[in-house]
Design a binder for this molecule. Structure first.
Ligand code: ADP
Length: 392
């Protein structure tokens, strides 16, 4: 069974063709970036074949057509009929969607309605859905929601200490994001510890970062909230701050909520505290030259992440494993080292050599907590969900 995975952003389209067998191998993948702009970047690969070029691609339908024509050119498949199902990433499923769901007209309408809660993401995801449903008409289209995995959060975790009618009338609650990868990483972690029970903390540290607490395969806490702005500091997002600060600063700077939203989402986080870059690779380069701001940024990041891990160990009353994933989690060994240095009291002990080489398992023999480094793979998890949905 071949499953096409579509992840549409406002001006991008990522695609993966995955063979659903024991390994869920990727046959073909790529990205179209800059849809609607004068020049759009297209890159795709299948095994040893790859192609990269620039051209104008006006919309998501044309982007998908481009992806399909290269797929044929590479000879991975010869006809669209060889695509058995399409899985779509949908960022926000609200409280309605707790699992993979077939895209029918009413479901698409619901996703359009939920778009109010995720104005940057759901409308973009929908562009990918509209385009693919028009082009691939013979196969089922399945939505996979970023929020779904976190719908198991208990009420004490998902409700804010705010007026109840805000929750009832305006749907203000913690939703959590990156759920597809947290679920994938939890599954991989349980496989590695050899049982389906245990208290694990998954640290998805990328451009956007979130941390989840998963007890016996059920997500009980997560750091992103009503929006992906809550939690630890990220590339350009502030993460959690005193909610009075934006109110105070809107008054002081005489700016409106839109401008404040831009500052908190685009001009804060690692970019703001380092005054250098939002990319941890740049920060590390400067930190090695003893740049004070770069050193402070790494110190601050490690501190904030360690605080969350400590809190989540409390939420679960214990900790069996920590797993690091995504760009920073998989590569920034110096951050993993600094994070773990706060967690000795929980029985966390790193093997510095294994950590330094980004090995898959990096705890010391004496460590009470297992520590893993696992590559993020949302596409694979999405394909699994589509496969399970169609074979249930
Ligand atoms: P996204 O959240 O967009 O999916 P990624 O998971 O790919 O992003 O993470 C991207 C971030 O990971 C980069 O901005 C950078 O900060 C960090 N990163 C990527 N590679 C490395 C590396 N080798 N060392 C340290 N940080 C890295």
């Amino acid at each position: 069974m071949n499953i096409l995975i579509v992840n549409a952003g406002s001006s991008s389209l990522k695609f993966q063709l995955i063979k659903a067998d024991e390994t869920f191998e990727t046959l073909y993948e790529g990205i179209v970036d800059g849809i609607g702009r004068a020049s759009c970047f297209f890159t795709a690969s299948a095994g040893t074949k790859s192609v990269t070029y620039k051209k104008r691609i006006p919309d998501h339908a044309k982007a998908l057509n481009e992806a399909v024509s290269i797929l044929f050119e590479f000879g991975v498949i010869k006809s669209l009929k060889e695509i058995d199902a399409v899985g779509h990433r949908v960022v926000h499923g609200g409280e309605k969607y707790t699992k993979a769901t077939k895209l029918t007209v009413p479901v698409v309408r619901n996703i359009e309605a939920i778009a109010e809660l995720a104005p940057l993401h759901n409308p973009a995801n929908l562009q990918g859905i509209y385009a693919s449903m028009e082009i691939i008409t013979h196969a089922p289209h399945i939505a996979i929601f970023d929020t779904a995995f976190h719908q198991t959060l208990p009420e004490k975790a998902y409700k804010y200490a705010l007026p109840e009618d805000w929750y009832k009338d305006y749907h203000i609650r913690k939703y959590g994001f990156h759920g597809t990868n947290h679920k994938y990483i939890a599954h991989q972690t349980y496989t590695l510890i050899g049982k389906n029970k245990g208290k694990i903390i998954t640290c998805h540290l990328g451009n956007g970062s979130s941390i989840s607490a998963i007890k016996d395969n059920v997500c009980v806490e997560t750091s992103m909230g009503f929006t992906p702005l809550e939690g630890i500091p990220m590339g350009t997002r502030s993460g959690s701050i005193d909610p009075a600060i934006p109110l105070y600063m809107m008054d002081k700077l005489k700016i409106d909520s839109k401008k404040m939203d831009t500052i908190l989402n685009k001009n804060s986080g690692i970019l703001a505290i380092s005054d250098l870059s939002s990319d941890v690779r740049d920060i590390w380069e400067r930190a090695q030259k003893n740049n004070k701001k770069a050193l402070y940024t790494l110190e601050k990041l490690a501190y904030e992440i360690a605080l969350k891990i400590g809190a989540y160990a409390a939420a679960m009353d214990g900790l069996d494993a920590i797993t690091f994933t995504a760009g920073i989690g998989e590569n920034a060994w110096y951050l993993r080292r600094d994070i773990c240095s706060y967690l000795n009291h929980l029985g966390v002990k790193l093997d510095s050599r294994k950590n330094r080489s980004n090995a898959a398992q990096i705890q010391d023999e004496e460590s009470k907590v297992k520590i893993f480094v696992i590559k993020a793979n949302e596409g694979k998890q999405m394909a699994r969900e589509v496969f399970n949905f169609l074979n249930k």
